[in-house]
Design a protein around this ligand. Structure first.
Ligand SMILES: [Zn+2]
Length: 523
């Protein structure tokens, strides 16, 4: 009993210590001059929002705010995400209108050949711990936006600023803009050498980023260590409300709602109506800022979208998790806890249901590694680059499929290709010179982009629904769900739009950029 008391007292003291250490970095809105003309565009990104569960939630009257927006606008239920279907890569596509061959953010986890290290923007506590908190913090806070996201592409914030339009970013991981800003890292973190004391970054005119940058004083209660330091839905909703209430909404605002993703991971793609209801509550909060929801509709153009879907992961520890390390145990595989060593032959970059397999040893042929992995029927396909060609193989298919951009075949997005071999490897059909995608939407462009997203010799492994790759300390979701793969279950997201009849050129996230810029400029 006494021990229990002591433990409780110590825990409470630690909590108080951490709480007092977490000080808000509050920004004032006073200096921000708004040049408001038409209706502002407000984009809400709900991580892992999927159409089917959304429909169910609406049917059960659990999502009144999203239902209201849908009924007074349009719903596009099947918009194609980018690849791999991981938030940082998708957000980079959404913000730049390019796939990863141009924006150069290959995935959540990837191997940087020049720096000879695994880049990880923070996939799981254990993995972060193994790679070092400092490194992950730097990759996430700074390098993602200012080093990895390619300089040759312009984010929507940069493009709008060039056109004299202001924008806001609330809790989005990808945020690069035109304005210089200094982030002050909490003293504790700096003292523990987890991060530098200050970071010089470039952001849109209005920038909100958890405890590191916030506008609303009411958010002081949402930035503690148990609230993920502000990376939560309530924080995002409150920041947005604050901009609306103070009449400071810029021409374009992105607000990111991270929580649904975690619930879908835990409960699976079908059983998370409660989680959607919870997110909807935050959207209601935002709409309630106006005199009425009709007033909210009249005052702004609303876009609500998911970023990726998720596919079920079985609950059999041995069957549902694909351990590439075990399958490639003939080779020396890099250990994430150590530096890359001279005799390391292979590095694995796990992105849940997708994996990059890097070959460091020039003596190993890609085909040799592919052959070993192709035996596993849980892997949907394997792809690699060979000059200008991309080769794809799948378990159960004898023939290889080869493609490259430009050529006599055309897909529904107007992209042309040269193809050879068995297109059913990627579940495509070809009629005359027309390519039709089925299980893997926009397969060729997305796969090609990922194989050209960074330097190095690497193979892509993509899991079938029901399975997930497991690495050292990577998060696993037995009996839940995961994403990352090219499969339609990981790929299709709903987009709700109000206040305009215009629509993107194609129903893909990569096509939203040009459309949103036009929408903002022509309000
Ligand atoms: Zn996720």
């Amino acid at each position: 009993m006494v021990y229990l008391m002591i433990v409780i007292i110590v825990v409470v003291m630690i909590i108080i210590l951490i709480k007092t250490a977490v000080k808000p970095n509050r920004q004032s809105l006073d200096q921000t001059e708004m040049t408001q003309t038409g209706k502002p565009v407000i984009l809400l990104i709900v991580d892992s929002l999927m159409n089917e569960p959304l429909q169910q939630a609406v049917k059960k009257d659990r999502a009144p705010a999203l239902q209201f927006l849908m009924e007074h606008g349009r719903l596009y239920p099947d918009v194609v995400s980018s690849y791999p279907t991981m938030s940082v890569t998708i957000d980079s596509t959404l913000l730049t209108g390019t796939y990863s061959d141009k924006h150069r953010v290959p995935g959540l986890v990837w191997y940087d050949e020049n720096e000879k290290r695994l880049v990880n923007y923070g996939s799981a506590r254990e993995e972060v711990f193994k790679l070092g908190v400092k490194q992950v913090a730097e990759d996430n806070l700074y390098k993602l936006n200012h080093k990895h996201l390619h300089r040759d592409v312009k984010t929507i914030h940069e493009t709008l600023a060039d056109a004299g339009q202001q924008s806001a970013s609330i809790n989005a991981l990808v945020y690069r803009g035109n304005e210089k800003k200094t982030l002050h890292i909490p003293e504790v973190a700096a003292k523990l050498k987890l991060a530098p004391e200050t970071l010089h970054i470039k952001t849109p005119a209005l920038f909100s980023y958890g405890m590191l940058s916030q506008f609303s004083p009411k958010n002081d209660q949402h930035i503690g260590p148990f609230e993920k330091f502000g990376f939560n839905d309530a924080f995002s909703a409150q920041e947005l409300k604050h901009l609306i209430q103070n009449d400071k909404l810029p021409a374009f605002t992105i607000a990111y709602f991270p929580e649904l993703d975690q619930e879908v991971h835990k409960n699976g793609p079908k059983e998370h109506i409660d989680a959607i209801a919870k997110t909807d509550k935050q959207v209601q909060e935002v709409l309630n800022t106006y005199e009425s929801w009709d007033e909210a509709l009249n005052s702004a153009i609303w876009i609500v979208m998911g970023d990726s879907g998720q596919a079920e992961v079985g609950n059999d520890k041995n069957q549902s998790l694909i351990r590439l390390k075990d399958m490639l145990d003939d080779y020396n595989i890099y250990k994430v806890t150590e530096q890359v060593k001279k005799d390391d032959q292979i590095v694995l970059g796990h992105n849940e249901r997708m994996a990059f397999i890097y070959i460091l040893d020039e003596a190993i042929r890609q085909e040799e590694v592919v052959k070993k992995l192709q035996k596993d029927e849980r892997i949907g396909f394997l792809a690699w680059k060979d000059g200008a060609d991309v080769h794809v193989v799948a378990n159960g298919h004898k023939e290889i499929f080869t493609f490259r951009p430009d050529g006599p075949y055309r897909d529904s997005y107007g992209q042309t290709w040269t193809i050879k071999g068995d297109p059913s490897v990627l579940d495509m059909t070809v009629h005359g010179d027309v390519i039709e995608y089925k299980t893997y939407p926009d397969a060729l462009a997305r796969l090609h982009s990922s194989l050209h997203s960074h330097s190095g010799t690497y193979i892509i492994a993509d899991a079938k629904p029901g399975f997930e790759f497991q690495g050292e300390g990577t998060p696993i979701h037995l009996g839940g769900a995961a994403h990352g793969a090219l499969h339609e279950q990981d790929t299709m997201v709903p987009v709700i739009v109000t206040g305009t009849d215009t629509k993107p050129r194609h129903m893909r996230i990569v096509d939203l950029y040009a459309w949103m810029i036009d929408l903002t400029k022509n309000r």
